[in-house]
Design a protein around this ligand. Structure first.
Ligand code: IPM
Ligand code: MG
Length: 371
């Protein structure tokens, strides 16, 4: 009996839902899909893409910035590529304005927001030394008013002159994010830094630290240290190269990840994956940049790299080395292209537009795969 053709025998199947989002979202998601198609044609992962409109476009056509049908598609997919959203411009909830990013994180229980800050060859890190760290940010509780309550918002205004915000920290939430951080560190430089403000938030960050310490005790192979958030902000500027994995609560992670990625090179290059135990959503770290939307100016690197992280996450779950290899190929292509000033986009002082940059990365994927 003859073997079936290699592609037929080994073709994987990965169904991705693409939510283009607002502002520069449609342009950077188009570039990302072009790169993913190039990877697919080399590594036969069987990627399929389903568009699920969200954001202002969906508000006009379906009356909601996250229509039920879009969420249902995300729930059924193997993974989601989520473009940036202009949720500050959305109407109130009663008029269909939902923050898709927060809704997806909460409803799909994407508790870990994995945010690498890595310097790329040829682009000087702002702290003088090459940075390679990952922020593991809790994503489903903390100081996020849309996530802290079962019913009603986590922010209230008892009188016109008094506003209150609730910060929710749970044992289960803190333990699972700590476990994600230590598992990751065990495969990297084996160091975890927990960032907190337990000197002031004694009860909530006290509980967070208690949980992280318990997990640390189960991972003696990983060095563990703690830093207070304000000092940490300064230490990153001083020398971010000394950190490996940083674990922290939602809002601190939001702020520190923008800081760390900018210090590593540029916030515009920073990838992020929202991961749970069943679902994962690739999402750029940056926003929707409405000022340059539709002008073919945006740098799609962040979303392209995030999509790579999604493939790696799927590959690890399925034990499919090709998906992990695909992620590696995407990172190497980004490194090679960004290293060349003539192939950079305008934000990095280069001449390429979004489309040309996406095509260049797709071409680099092909070149590296056949090298
Ligand atoms: C992020 C963003 C979001 C957040 C905004 C858009 C709500 O800043 O993903 O980092 O704060 O989580
Ligand atoms: Mg942010």
């Amino acid at each position: 009996m003859t073997d079936a053709p290699a592609t037929a025998r080994t073709q994987a199947s990965v169904n991705l839902v693409v939510m283009a989002g607002d502002g520069i979202g449609p342009e950077i998601t188009a570039a990302t899909i072009e790169v993913l198609r190039a990877v697919d044609s080399r590594l036969a992962q069987g990627l399929t893409f389903i568009d699920a409109p969200i954001g202002l476009a969906a508000l006009r056509s379906a009356g909601s910035t996250l229509p039920d049908s879009a969420f249902a598609a995300a729930l059924a997919a193997d993974g989601v590529i989520l473009g940036p959203v202009s949720h500050n411009d959305y109407p109130p909830l009663a008029e269909g304005g939902l923050n898709p990013s927060g809704e997806m994180r909460r409803r799909l229980d994407l508790f870990a927001n994995i945010r690498p800050a890595r310097s790329r060859p040829g682009l000087s890190p702002r702290c003088g030394k090459a940075v390679d760290l990952v922020i593991v940010r809790e994503n489903t509780e903390g100081f996020y008013a849309d996530r802290s309550m079962v019913l009603g918002p986590g922010e209230i205004m008892p009188t016109r002159d008094l506003a209150l915000s609730l910060r929710k920290i749970t044992r289960a939430g803190s333990t699972r994010i700590a476990e994600a951080a230590f598992r990751l560190a065990a495969r990297r430089r084996k160091k975890v830094t927990a960032v907190h403000k337990a000197n002031v938030l004694r009860v909530t960050d006290g509980l967070f630290l208690e949980c992280v310490r318990e997990v640390a005790a189960r991972h003696p192979e990983v060095a563990y240290e703690e830093r207070i958030i304000d000092a940490m902000a300064a230490l990153l500027v001083r020398d971010a190269s000394v950190f490996d994995v940083i674990v922290t609560t939602n809002m601190f992670g939001d702020i520190l990840s923008d800081e760390a990625s900018e210090i590593a090179g540029s916030l515009g290059l920073a990838a992020s994956l929202n991961a749970g135990s069943e679902h994962a959503v690739a999402q750029a770290q940056h926003g929707s940049a409405p000022d340059i939307a539709g002008r073919n100016l945006a740098n799609p690197s962040s979303l392209i790299s995030s999509a790579g992280m999604l493939l790696a996450w799927l590959g690890e779950r399925r034990g499919d080395a090709r998906l992990v290899e695909a992620a590696d190929l995407i990172e190497r292509a980004l490194d090679c292209v960004i290293a060349e000033p003539r192939w950079r986009t305008a934000d990095l002082g280069g001449p390429l537009g979004t489309e040309a940059f996406g095509r260049r990365i797709a071409a680099a994927v092909g070149e590296l795969a056949s090298a």
